[in-house]
Design a protein around this ligand. Structure first.
Ligand code: MRU
Length: 348
């Protein structure tokens, strides 16, 4: 896959592979302003927690690039950064990324706009590169949790498209395949946005990793038939106690995995862990437009005026998680102390 998040330094443009169009069409959505980046995040041109974070970092770069350096430009820039941080509520990587750009700004001190732009370009590129490295590292740790011949069920898309590259849940699968293990994947279709059917299936097929798509509501039957040996999913925010928010439907998969005695892993970089959020109940759950549920493409599938629920995420309690796969290793229960230790070690 060509870089799906690519910053053109000469033109000061952010090129995002438009994930709304996949798998039918591969076309870029080009952002020249922070407002366009916010649109890209909210409309899910780009989605997936780490990819959202990296995109937000480039959005901060664009905020500096378009700033008018007159009186009050720093206050306006600060407000623009805050707007980016609020684009979507659940994936903590978004605020994490913006706060890291703010920290870079603070460390730089008083600078001209041009000098700050240089700093921001370096920081955003570092974040993009570090995310790929984190995915590869967690993939290697997670691969040890998979056995040759396993079929792994995953929910949503936690692949290269959802990160700066390589993926979290799909990073674990890719690493296992690179180690020579024969792994098959079942991708839940992931209603309503179909990240599994459209994106996970597209990514894995391109890599030659055997993948089948199943309706979300087939999960119990597939497990009952013995067709699933492991579950690996990503996360949008992991609370201090290990409760993990991920795409709506993940909690149900975890409950079924527990019922059938199937190990259930969450794979995420440390940037997805939010030590400020004490537990899952404190994680904000995004509600998305009703049209995602009432329509399939242009076609309405529900009667007019019937209200819908469109919560985009749910929270899997830590007690249902067999391990949290990070670039610092596979964290095991009790997650509170394991998370604290991993975060403390990762900080310089
Ligand atoms: O609404 P989305 O598509 O942004 O939700 C994405 C997910 O739930 C992913 O599983 C999660 O962000 C992990 S991505 C490595």
């Amino acid at each position: 896959m060509n870089a799906h998040i690519r910053f053109d330094r000469d033109a000061l443009e952010l090129h995002l592979l438009d994930q709304r169009l996949l798998p039918a069409e591969e076309a870029d959505f080009v952002c020249r302003t922070p407002a366009e980046v916010i649109t890209a995040l909210q409309d899910m041109v780009v989605r997936g927690a780490p990819a959202i974070g990296v995109t937000a970092a480039w959005g901060c770069v664009l905020a500096v690039a378009v700033a008018d350096e007159d009186a009050g430009w720093q206050e306006r820039l600060s407000a623009a950064l805050e707007h980016i941080a609020r684009a979507r509520p659940t994936a903590v990587n978004l605020r994490w990324a913006v706060e890291r750009m703010r920290a870079c700004w603070r460390a730089a001190g008083e600078l001209s706009r041009a000098a700050l732009l240089e700093r921001f370009l370096r920081e955003a590129q570092a974040m993009q590169d570090e995310d790929v490295a984190a995915c590869k590292a967690l993939g290697r740790f997670g691969a040890a949790c998979l056995e040759d011949g396993d079929t792994v069920l995953t929910h949503c898309n936690a692949g290269a498209l959802a990160t700066a590259g390589y993926g979290t849940a799909l990073g674990v699968i890719r690493a296992a395949v690179e180690q020579g293990k024969r792994i098959r994947v079942i991708a839940d279709e992931t209603r309503p946005f179909l990240q599994g059917a459209r994106l996970t299936a597209w990514e894995l097929q391109r890599d030659g990793i055997p993948v089948s798509v199943a309706c979300d509501n087939a999960c119990a039957l597939l497990m009952q038939k013995g067709l699933v040996q492991r579950v690996v999913v990503g996360a949008d925010r992991i609370a201090a106690n290990g409760d993990a928010a991920n795409k709506i439907g993940t909690f149900g998969v975890a409950l079924l995995a527990r019922h059938f005695g199937i190990p259930f892993y969450v794979a995420a970089p440390l940037s997805t862990i939010d030590p400020q959020t004490v537990d899952g109940a404190a994680i904000p759950i995004e509600e998305r437009p009703a049209g995602e549920v009432t329509h399939m493409g242009q076609r309405r599938v529900t009667p007019p005026d019937v209200p819908v629920y469109n919560f985009a995420f749910d929270v899997t309690p830590a007690a249902l998680i067999s391990g949290i796969v990070t670039e610092a290793g596979v964290l095991r229960s009790p997650y509170g102390p394991a998370i604290r230790a991993a975060l403390a070690e990762s900080r310089p």
